[in-house]
Every structure is written in structure tokens, then in C-alpha cells.
Design a protein around this ligand. Structure first.
Ligand code: OOB
Length: 540
């Protein structure tokens, strides 16, 4: 059974315990501790509520009793797809309390992704909001439930229609079973992916709590911290780097903002006296422009984190000038584990030029050439990593695991980096077959596979193309069976397959045949060059 499987070899796990990284506590212990210390402080603010720690705990207990009464048990999987709101936090802690595993979906995911998560994990329940950003998730739940036999319950925040109202669950007075142990799996996180189907990342209480508490220290969080969550709360950056879990671990306040647009988010920053927030690179100029237009001053704002995708020197410099009282912190991380931060007291040169250094002294960073031979500092190569919070395998993906991890347990990140003699890492590029649309990751193979399902597509290849706003967008090169096939027909087809909108190619180029490398593989390098040149010619 997979559930008995331990993500780290026993000897390594013992080493991480002996070194004091894994402290034998769960997120339930963390919450109990912080509630005891800070019961009356504000834990969460969101569109419709403002909860103290005591109120958060009461909400967690209600949800845990309700889920238990429905029959949700330890190790059951529950797909959670909620916008940024206080209830998301309460649902997650309630599942932790039962030892059930949240499977974190993002709001843009549609039936292709949600169906896959539910089937792959044999999820018993699916938690959604009724409508968010104009989209009715109940319709999605109907489609998914009709095709996934394990899915017994759909829980809705808001108007539940025929489903269960999350806030009206029956709560019989039966005692809850024992809470899980710290070495148990806590949840399944989503991988950005470079394969045909999205992979799931199994994280334990021990390893994740370590990364959260160490991140909280690095970011100097305290009970006075007010962190605003504008990027999706289910993403690893927002959850744990140090994210809402880090802030809650210290008794601070988490402000759940449902929309990252400056029209919505900046007034929230002002009203709630936010001290820290995390953005993906494309949001940075949009926020700075809006602040300049409105001559807005945010005197409480101490730290701005930027990560998830490449953040250029020029924009980093603009931040430093535009926000003289705010420290910029670059963050380079991955849901599989390793997170690097520039430190708050680093020299400006480090903050502007690097993506920082790892959380843990025991994060092993190895930079190798194409043949896995180690390179020295200053040389750019493939980043491989192993450590106290980096997984050793994906969830139920034996075949893929054999390629994604080295025989000695290092994760092949797919990133091209170099390490400076001072230990800071600079991200130079990417070797994995992925497009990073300003932090949203698209697996080329996954979308190519879907495109090939169309009868008029003979072959296709998807590559990244440069984009001023997002850094990268996706371009699909398609060899068509006949000339009548139009790009719009292909994008409509992908949408009908239930693919999340951010995965739909931003551009489709028809081509007579795909260029090949000498060994006969599709040359994505040539395709990337072709589309960059074409875009450059068009812009002249
Ligand atoms: C974060 O996590 P994921 O799992 O969505 O994506 C990980 C990948 C990295 O392997 C790298 O390719 C890219 O996103 N990335 C960056 C970056 N931060 C992430 N590329 C260039 N510069 C950066 N600063 O994206 C994530 C998880 C935790 C904290 C922060 C980001």
C-alpha cells in the first residue's frame, strides 16, 4: 500500500530528527500551540470575515466534526479548490486534524486537471466555492463526479445547490479519532510538471513544518506580522515560503485577498496595514505603476517577496528605488522542496543579482553538466538537490521517479543555475520542457498530448516565446493534416477538453514539418529561435 510508504529512507529521516530539523510535531500541534498563546489576536482577514485565533480553532473543529461525520478518515484524499479566503485555511487544518490529505488544486483548474487529481488519488471529497471570478464550480463538480466513482462528497462554500453546504454540515457529538503522527503524509501538492500528466508531491508534517518554521525565522516573522496573500493560497510559495502557514505559526495576521489586481489589493494593503506580501514577477510593475499613479504611500510595508519565475535586474532595481522602506526578497523555490531566499540583511548587490541561498544548512545543492558530472562554482549547470524537506519521489509515479531523481536521491529540478562563491544561487535558465507564464507552469508535453487528440493534427511541439508582461508565453507549432484547420478551432478544442485556460497556447503557428535534431528528436531550440525571430520581425 502506498499509504505505508515513507517519503524518506529511515536512516535519512533519523538524521534529520537528530539534527533537530524534524521536531516530531504536526500542523495540529502548531495550531494548538499558537492558539494557546494568541487566542484573541487576529489570525485571518478575508472578504467576509475576520477571525481571531480562537475563532479559527473553533471553525477548524466544526469542519473536522462535519468531515468526520461524512465518513472522511485518515489518509482519505480530498481535492481542495478554493479562492483565497479564510475558509480555505480552516478546511486544510480540519483535514490535517483527521489525518486526511488535502490535494491542492488551483482556481484555474478545470475538468481535465480536477478529474485527473480525483482519479489518481481516488479522492473521496471535493471542496469548492460556488462561483469565483465568474466561473461556476458546481458545474465542474457535476462533470467530475459523473466520471470519478470514488468521489462521494462535494462540499460548497456558498450556495451549495444539490451539494453539501460547507458551513451547514451536520456535526454529531461523536469524539474525533486520534490526530496523525508527525511522520505521516500531510497533503499532496501539485507539481509544475514537465510530463504528460501533472504529478503530485507527497509532503509530511515533519518536513513541511520544518520548512515553514525555518522560513518564518529567515523572514523575521512575529505576532506583529501582517501578511497579505494575493497569489493563489494553495501554491507552495503562498503556503510555506513563509506564506500563510509561516505567519500563523508565529501568531501573525494573514489577509486573504481574492484578487491580485492593484485596484483591489492596494486598498487592502493600506486598510490592513500589511507588513509583508509575496508577488510573482509580472505583478510587480503593475503594482508599482498603480502606486505611482495614485501617489500611494504604504508606510507599514516592510518586505516584498518576489519569486516563482525569473525576475530581472532592472525590475529589482526599480523596486528598490520605488519602495525605499521595503526590503526586496528574491525567492526561488519549488513545490518539490528546496527554497532559496535572499536574506533581509543581505547587501543590495546580492538582493539585486541573485535568487539567494537555501533554507537549510543540510540542503545539498549539486550543479552538474549534461552527463551528471559536478561543476564548480560560477559554472552554469543542472541543479540537483537533496535535503530535509525535498521529496525523494512523486506520489504513485514509479516510472517518472526513476528519471526525476538520481540513484542517490537527488531531485533533478530541471533548472539551470550557477552558484557564486558566497553560496548564493543565480537561476540562468531551464532544461525542463516547461513554459513559465509569469509563475504559472505549463508542461509542454501535457498540452502537446491533448493537441494530438485532435483528428486534424499530425504533429505538434510547444515552446516558450518571450513576452514583455509574463516573461514567457506558450507557442504551439502544429503540422496539420489539411490547410482548412484554423488556430481558433484548436484553442476551442483544448478548452472543450477541460484544460485550464493558462495552458491553452497563446499562439499557434502552422508548419510543414517540425525541425529535428541529428538524433531525430524535435528540435525545440530551433523552434524557440524561430518564434523569437518572428516576433522580433513583427515588432519592427
Ligand atoms: C514555485 O514553485 P513551483 O513548484 O510552482 O515551480 C518551481 C519552478 C522552479 O523549478 C523554477 O523553474 C521556477 O519555478 N522558479 C523560478 C523562481 N522561482 C521558481 N525561476 C526563476 N527565478 C525564480 N525566483 O514557483 C515556488 C515555490 C516556493 C517558493 C517560491 C516559488
Amino acid at each position: 500500500m502506498f499509504e505505508d510508504w515513507k517519503p524518506w529512507p529511515a536512516a535519512e529521516a533519523q538524521r534529520y530528527r537528530d539534527k533537530g530539523y524534524w521536531i516530531g510535531q504536526t500542523f495540529n500541534d502548531m495550531l494548538a500551540h499558537v492558539v494557546q498563546q494568541h487566542a484573541q489576536r487576529t489570525a485571518l482577514v478575508s472578504e467576509h470575515c475576520r477571525w481571531t485565533y480562537a475563532q479559527l480553532q473553533a471553525q477548524v473543529e466544526r469542519y473536522a466534526l462535519g468531515f468526520h461525520a461524512l465518513g472522511i478518515r485518515a489518509q482519505d484524499k480530498v481535492v481542495v479548490q478554493l479562492p483565497n479566503c479564510a475558509e480555505l485555511v480552516a478546511v486544510v487544518f480540519a483535514l490535517f486534524r483527521l489525518g486526511a490529505l488535502p490535494v491542492f488544486a488551483l482556481p484555474p483548474h478545470r475538468q481535465f486537471e480536477i478529474g485527473h487529481f480525483c482519479r489518481h488519488t481516488e479522492a473521496v471529497a471535493y471542496v469548492i466555492a460556488d462561483v469565483f471570478a465568474g466561473y461556476d464550480y458546481r458545474q465542474l463538480a457535476r462533470t467530475v463526479q459523473a466520471s470519478v466513482s470514488s468521489l462521494q462528497h462535494v462540499l460548497v462554500l456558498g450556495d451549495a445547490q444539490e451539494f453539501i453546504d460547507l458551513n451547514q454540515m451536520a456535526m454529531p457529538d461523536t469524539p474525533l479519532p486520534a490526530a496523525p503522527q508527525s511522520d505521516a503524509l500531510a497533503f499532496l501538492q501539485l507539481s509544475g510538471g514537465s510530463t504528460g500528466t501533472p504529478k503530485l508531491i507527497p509532503r509530511t508534517h515533519d518536513d513541511y513544518l520544518y520548512s515553514v518554521l525555518a522560513s518564518a525565522r529567515i523572514c523575521a516573522l512575529s505576532a506583529d506580522s501582517v501578511y497579505m496573500n494575493v497569489i493563489p493560497a494553495a501554491h507552495n510559495f503562498a503556503m510555506s515560503s513563509p506564506g500563510w502557514l509561516g505567519v500563523l505559526s508565529q501568531g501573525g495576521t494573514v489577509v486573504m485577498c481574492p484578487n491580485p489586481s492593484p485596484d483591489v489589493a492596494l486598498p487592502w494593503m493600506q486598510r490592513e496595514k500589511v507588513t509583508m506580501t509575496a508577488l510573482v514577477p509580472p505583478l510587480v510593475p503593475v503594482w508599482l505603476d498603480a502606486m505611482e499613479r495614485q501617489a500611494m504611500d504604504l508606510p507599514d510595508w516592510r518586505v516584498l517577496q518576489v519569486g516563482g519565475a525569473a525576475f530581472g535586474y532592472a525590475m529589482a532595481e526599480r523596486v528598490v528605488h520605488a519602495l525605499p522602506h521595503t526590503v526586496l526578497q528574491q525567492v526561488f523555490g519549488m513545490a518539490e522542496g528546496l527554497v532559496c531566499y535572499t536574506r533581509l540583511d543581505d547587501p543590495l548587490e546580492v538582493i539585486l543579482n541573485t535568487q539567494g541561498s537555501p533554507i537549510s544548512p543540510d540542503d545539498e545543492v549539486r550543479i552538474v553538466d549534461d552527463e551528471d558530472r559536478p561543476l564548480s562554482d560560477g559554472q552554469a549547470g543542472h541543479l540537483q538537490t537533496r535535503g530535509p524537506y525535498t521529496i525523494r519521489a512523486y506520489y504513485k509515479a514509479a516510472e517518472h521517479n526513476a528519471q526525476a531523481f538520481t540513484h542517490d536521491g537527488f531531485y533533478r529540478t530541471g533548472d539551470i543555475v550557477k552558484r557564486r562563491p558566497d553560496g548564493n544561487v543565480c537561476v540562468e535558465g531551464r532544461a525542463k520542457d516547461q513554459i513559465n507564464r509569469g509563475g504559472e507552469k505549463v508542461s509542454a508535453e501535457e498540452v502537446e498530448h491533448q493537441l494530438r487528440q485532435h483528428g486534424a493534427v499530425l504533429d505538434c511541439a510547444i515552446v516558450a516565446m518571450p513576452d514583455v508582461h509574463l516573461g514567457e508565453k506558450s507557442c504551439a507549432f502544429v503540422v496539420r493534416r489539411d490547410d482548412t484547420l484554423r488556430a481558433i478551432e484548436l484553442t476551442r478544442f483544448l478548452r472543450e477538453q477541460g484544460l485550464a485556460a493558462y495552458k491553452i497556447p497563446d499562439r499557434i503557428e502552422f508548419i510543414a514539418q517540425l525541425p529535428k535534431t541529428p538524433v531525430g528528436k524535435v528540435s525545440k531550440k530551433q523552434l524557440r529561435q524561430a518564434i523569437s525571430e518572428r516576433l522580433q520581425a513583427l515588432s519592427q
